[in-house]
Ligand binder design. Sequence first.
Ligand code: PGA
Length: 248
Amino acid sequence: MRRKLVAGNWKMHGSLAENEALLSGLLAGMGNVKAGVAVCVPFPYLAQVQSILANSPIAWGAQNMSQQAKGAFTGEVSASMLTDFGCAYVIVGHSERRAIYGESDELVAEKFAAVQAAGMTPILCVGETLVEREGGITESVVARQLDAVIAKCGVMSLAKSVVAYEPVWAIGTGKTASPEQAQAVHAYIRAKLRDLDATVADGLVIQYGGSVKANNAVELFGQPDIDGGLIGGAALNVEEFLAICRAA
Ligand code: PGA
């Protein structure tokens, strides 16, 4: 049985005061949440988040990381810096990183490997743009993104990872993929991996991301291959995020 995981992706939002209010609200409401819960926060707030969430049921992590271990890489943050602050998860290959910062499939695979080498769990984002969906190449885009990681790290590496299917056209747009559209891609991912290793395929947590809200989470998470969500905007609101966690 896969345990569902709901992860908040705060993106470039927050302040010391806002984070404190959000996290104390979440902690107070975790009583009837059975799913795993994590928040992926901006780098400067990792120390704050670690001190608030230590010994709590909520894990934390980062939204990006350098593939390099250390050195003259101005502005970058390494894996060992993240483990210093207790990070359990690192999002890699978010569509905003791919589109705005030009991260290639190969770079994402290098980051994935570096996250795992440091003992953290990568949340690998995959997903198609609207043009790609309309062009009928959703599956081949997702396959290409997964294959880059499999080529570098092997299929067994996915056993210690989370995959987030995030159709780019659904991120931050209020346009959620329908439960059927999402389930179809999730089932495709699992079937593709099953051809390589059935145990990895059946054990892999595949989150859905893209305009998940309290009012659509139950239906999305009720699909057989959707194992929770990666939540952007709704992760910044205590009641919304808790309702999504309870839905999982
Ligand atoms: P959204 O973002 O929930 O605001 O659509 C999801 C994501 O980008 O991970």
